[in-house]
Every structure is written in structure tokens, then in C-alpha cells.
Design a binder for this molecule. Structure first.
Ligand code: ADP
Ligand code: NI
Length: 218
């Protein structure tokens, strides 16, 4: 496997993500790619597989492809083969791509190889911390969602379909996903990085409720 394949996947993904909004643009892909390569340097795993899966993990996201769930693996395999990858390597990357996504608070993560754990951890780390807050409110803004509505409680989604259909306010997304991610990281390296980012989310949500309630901090 050559880095030439990784380079051509990267170029193609950059081209396909042109014009995507900031919660899911090429900068997100690139942050996940760089974090995944860092995690690989500490944890091991097949570097080419991790690189390709990180670059392709959102290649056909249900939020951007008209609602098709679990379509990314198929698109990733086709692109890898078109760009010269072996079929067996392409299938392994495709399997990772289909399993990276968070599918709901009540839906357990599937069994995972180290390569899947690393790409999933890198994607989850980009959903928390300051960038996580920015991405969530950008997403909420794009979909015209209110910041918060105390009348609408968070849900514990038991299926990917129910999670994908959710149209709640943005603060609920913190309870339905973002604040749960710390305990759904797999590698030790990611757990360590996640601690500070999680604390920041907790602080943000606590401050949000405080200001919402009218507190002036006196
Ligand atoms: P995954 O990255 O595991 O596939 P999603 O596609 O559900 O997870 O979400 C990716 C990111 O998109 C979230 O981390 C968040 O930044 C944003 N997002 C998705 N759904 C919402 C939502 N309902 N409210 C706010 N942000 C959201
Ligand atoms: Ni992603």
C-alpha cells in the first residue's frame, strides 16, 4: 500500500466536500484524519487503513445524502477500487466507514477492530470540546432549531432511525449525544484527550442554563 492512494483519496474527498457547511466540511475530515494518525502513532493499528477510513468516514452521511442510512461503506469501497486499492483492503475500510457513526444513546457500539476504534474515537473527539460546541450550534442554526426549549426533554434513542429523525433543540443534542461520548471512547489515548474536552462541554452547558434562568452572576 502506498501513500499515493492516501494522497489521491484525500484530494478526491477535498473536492467532494467543497462547499459543505462548517459542521461537516473538509476541515472536519482533516481534523479527524490528523487525530486518527496521532492516535495510531500511540496505539498502533494499520496506518493506511486508518488513514483511508478517517478520510472517507463521512463520504455518504445520512444528513447529506437524502436520508440513506449506512451508505458510506458502499461509496467508500467504490472510490477506493476506482483509485487503485485492492478489493479486500477496500472492503475492510468500507466496514469501518459503516460502523463509525454514533447511532443513538440506547444503541450499543458494534464489535470493533483497533482501526475502527481509532477512527471512531477521532470522530467523537471532534464532536466535543470548543469545536464540538461550534459544530452543534452551526448545525442547529442551519436547520433553524432553537438553542433550547425547557418544555422538550432529551430522548434516549433506541434505534439509528429514531436518532436520525430527531429534530429537537440544540441543547438536547448535548444530552442525547455529546455529553455521552466521553464514556464511549475506546482507546486510552483518546480517553485522556477527551477528559478536558468533556469538562469544557459540562461547563458550557452549566453556564448556558445559568444564563437562561436569568442569573446575572451577582
Ligand atoms: P457521527 O459523527 O457519529 O456520524 P452525527 O452524524 O449524528 O454523528 O453528528 C455529527 C455532528 O453533527 C455532531 O457531532 C454535531 O456536531 C452535529 N449534529 C448532528 N445532529 C445534531 C443535532 N441534532 N443538533 C446539533 N448538532 C448536530
Ligand atoms: Ni465525522
Amino acid at each position: 500500500m502506498s501513500n499515493l492512494l492516501v494522497e489521491s483519496i484525500r484530494d478526491e474527498v477535498r473536492r467532494r466536500f467543497e462547499g459543505h457547511s462548517a459542521d461537516h466540511d473538509f476541515n472536519h475530515i482533516d481534523r479527524v484524519f490528523r487525530m486518527a494518525m496521532y492516535l495510531q502513532s500511540r496505539e498502533g493499528g494499520n496506518a493506511d487503513m486508518i488513514a483511508c477510513a478517517a478520510l472517507l468516514h463521512d463520504i455518504s452521511d445520512h444528513k447529506l445524502n437524502g436520508g440513506k442510512l449506512n451508505d458510506g461503506g458502499r461509496v467508500a469501497i467504490a472510490l477506493l477500487i476506482e483509485l487503485g486499492a485492492d478489493e479486500s483492503f477496500a472492503r475492510e475500510v468500507g466496514d469501518i466507514v459503516d460502523q463509525v457513526s454514533f447511532k443513538g444513546a440506547g444503541v450499543p457500539d458494534t464489535e470493533h477492530s483497533l482501526e475502527l476504534q481509532i477512527v471512531r474515537d477521532a470522530d467523537r473527539l471532534d464532536a466535543i470540546g470548543a469545536i464540538g460546541v461550534a459544530r452543534a450550534f452551526h448545525y442547529g442554526g442551519r436547520h433553524d432549531r432553537p438553542f433550547y426549549d425547557p418544555e422538550i426533554a432529551p430522548e434516549n434513542h433506541q434505534s439509528f432511525e429514531a436518532y436520525a429523525k430527531d429534530k429537537s433543540h440544540t441543547i438536547n443534542h448535548f444530552h442525547e449525544k455529546l455529553l455521552l461520548l466521553k464514556d464511549r471512547l475506546h482507546t486510552q489515548t483518546a480517553k485522556k484527550i477527551g477528559e478536558e474536552r468533556h469538562r469544557f462541554l459540562e461547563q458550557f452547558v452549566a453556564e448556558f442554563y445559568k444564563e437562561w434562568s436569568g442569573s446575572r452572576g451577582e
